[in-house]
Design a protein around this ligand. Structure first.
Ligand code: NAD
Ligand code: ZN
Length: 242
């Protein structure tokens, strides 16, 4: 058995023997679905601003037209399909595993795969609301609007339910994430550089001993993590649901 197969066998053993699993993921979970991670999307786009400056609360209100230009092009991948990682996590839940997904992604692919217990720390492109009358709109409506999407009922500006830089995370989601982490006996972290706070800090609420980190680059989470340096979809394609 090569090193990778041995590591996957250990991950399989951990999954099989655990009662409550938390999967904590980021943009790297969706790159195999064709959605670029933050690194690739963060190149200078316009007016010498970085992605984090454009996708911010202040910029949304300062220049909604430029905000939406970037957002639609770089963050709305409506044709993306779940990959082996999303699908296997959903299969594990269907097979009876108690598994909570805490994601920093906003693409909705875990739900598209069929996962039910998904905590979206940064919201979702699939929920959008009129700032004036709160009418809800789907992602297609937003994407297909010319320029800034406006409410078809009152004309107000539509804002995605996405946590923009400078905005707080939803308190209820934080509480549920902390609860799941505190009560889990296996933590799998994957496809995240753990650079975005406060999201990245939540994994410290996990107090169990079984920790796995699946990522293409080693962010040195510590010796207590089993680090699997590989594509996350390929790793999960080898996991059996039993
Ligand atoms: P990040 O871009 O900072 O880091 C992604 C990590 O995943 C990197 O370390 C990279 O090496 C790794 N990676 C990439 N593809 C991988 C693969 N196939 N298998 C294993 N590892 C892989 O992402 P982040 O930590 O999630 O932070 C980015 C922020 O931007 C988040 O807050 C997120 O909300 C947002 N974002 C979301 C999406 C999305 O919804 N799909 C996409 C881009 C950015
Ligand atoms: Zn309205």
């Amino acid at each position: 058995m090569n090193k990778l197969d041995e590591q996957i066998a250990t991950l399989q053993k951990y999954i099989d023997e655990s009662k409550r699993i938390v999967f904590f993921g980021g943009a790297g979970v969706s790159t195999e679905s064709g959605i670029p991670d933050f690194r690739s999307a963060s190149g200078i786009f316009t007016n010498d601003l970085s992605a984090s400056q454009i996708v911010s609360h202040d910029y949304f209100f300062y220049n909604p037209s430029e905000f939406y230009k970037f957002y639609k092009e770089k963050m709305m991948y409506l044709d993306a399909k779940p990959n082996n990682c999303h699908n296997k996590l959903a299969d594990l839940e269907t097979a009876g595993k108690n598994i909570t997904i805490i994601t920093q992604n906003i693409d909705g692919l875990h739900q598209a795969a069929g996962s039910k217990k998904v905590l979206e720390l940064h919201g979702s492109i699939h929920r959008n609301y009129c700032l004036d009358c709160q009418k809800a709109f789907d992602a297609e409506f937003v994407y297909n609007s010319k320029g800034v999407p406006l409410c078809d009922k009152c004309g107000g500006i539509i804002k995605p339910d996405v946590v923009l830089y400078g905005e707080p995370l939803h308190e209820e989601t934080i509480n549920q994430a902390i609860y799941a982490l505190k009560n889990a006996d296996l933590l799998i972290v994957g496809g995240t550089s753990l650079n975005v706070y406060p999201a990245a800090s939540f994994i410290h609420y996990f107090s169990g001993t079984k920790k796995v980190y699946i990522n293409m680059e080693n962010k040195q989470l510590g010796e207590d993590f089993l680090f699997i340096e590989s594509k996350i979809g390929e790793v999960f394609s080898k996991i059996k649901t039993k």
